[in-house]
Design a protein around this ligand. Sequence first.
Ligand code: CTP
Length: 400
Amino acid sequence: MSEVVLGVSGGIASYKAAELLRLFTESGHSVRVVPTAASLHFVGTATWEALSGKPAQSEVFEHVDEVAHVRIGQSADLVIVAPATANTLAKAAHGLADDLLTTTLLTARCPVMFAPAMHTEMWENAATQANVATLRERGCIVLEPAVGRLTGVDTGKGRLPAPEEIYTAALQVLEGRPQDLAGKHVVISAGGTREFLDPVRYLGNRSSGRQGYALAEAAVARGARVTVVAANVGLADPAGVDVLRVVSTEELRRQMHASAVDADAVIMAAAPADFRPAEFVDAKIKKTADHETPEIRLVENPDILVELVTARTSKRPVIVGFAAETGDAQATVIEHARAKLTRKGCDLLVVNDVSAGKAFGRDDNEAVLLGSDGTVEEIPLGPKIDLAHTVLDAVVQRMD
Ligand code: CTP
């Protein structure tokens, strides 16, 4: 099992780090907690020592004979700082080394992950953003903070992601994923859109968003900055991902165009509704006394994937589409998919055979990955996270 260093810096969210520590230790990892002096105002040394079964020191001048400031970083498989305050990010970006955590960050030869938590203003400050960009350029993984209730009555971006989600992201890193998306922006759509007929009824589809979320998790583990445009997804937000919520195809379309502007890869894993009701009725549609059934006229929605391909400028992000196909008398699943890839103009198409209701709402998936360059790769049945990494391997190959 791995040696994990859990750095805890001085934010109110440090109490959540105790939960994160337990997730590591209960799955057999050895964790050394390195709290900053400021963090001890929130959670004391006794908590860290009792939960980790190891000493938890903050300063370099304690137990000097152990040369802890060098040894801890050198022997770690992962250093994770949760919560990472604006101050700790700034010190890390500038190579300051005035306590045990910052010296450990300088001696670490393993992946380093930061889970920032602070008020929105501090996160958005140009200094913090520049420090985050510096750390990412150097190959550190900096998770995007979650959006939600902050310490006071205010809400916004800056919350520490849920400990379970940070743990999942950390496990991906411990599995030794390459940091080949460091410095890249990956935009992923997930879920299924809804088209409202009246204030209570809509046309929708069965997409759960699981594959899109697995792609987001995988891209974070490989060092990317990740934006997910989520259409009606009921799953917990993956740690470190900017999740933008939408409902209808038109909202998804607008958000995808806005997010794709500086993207290096765009993955359309969502299932946008192909059609929407021609009219939206403001009041709930009522049954009539003579049991007349309403006629619903549909109009076609724009194809977002095609639009994103057409809108590509010199930056040329790698664009990936998904296709849920069934074979029929005219053509096989793959023949339909090859024609779709040509029609859509994207670089890669992930093809799911949905003949028997496969792929919906499940944790595993199998697919065929078609490339516009003629490549065909069978992805065997396995967890959606494995499929996600195979897709990202193909994306990375096509970058630059
Ligand atoms: N897609 C899109 N906008 C739409 C419909 C689909 O961007 N209005 C994207 C999906 O996100 C997916 C890909 O296109 O990446 C293929 O979706 P699919 O529903 O299989 O394609 P359609 O063009 O709708 O083809 P079909 O007639 O087989 O439904």
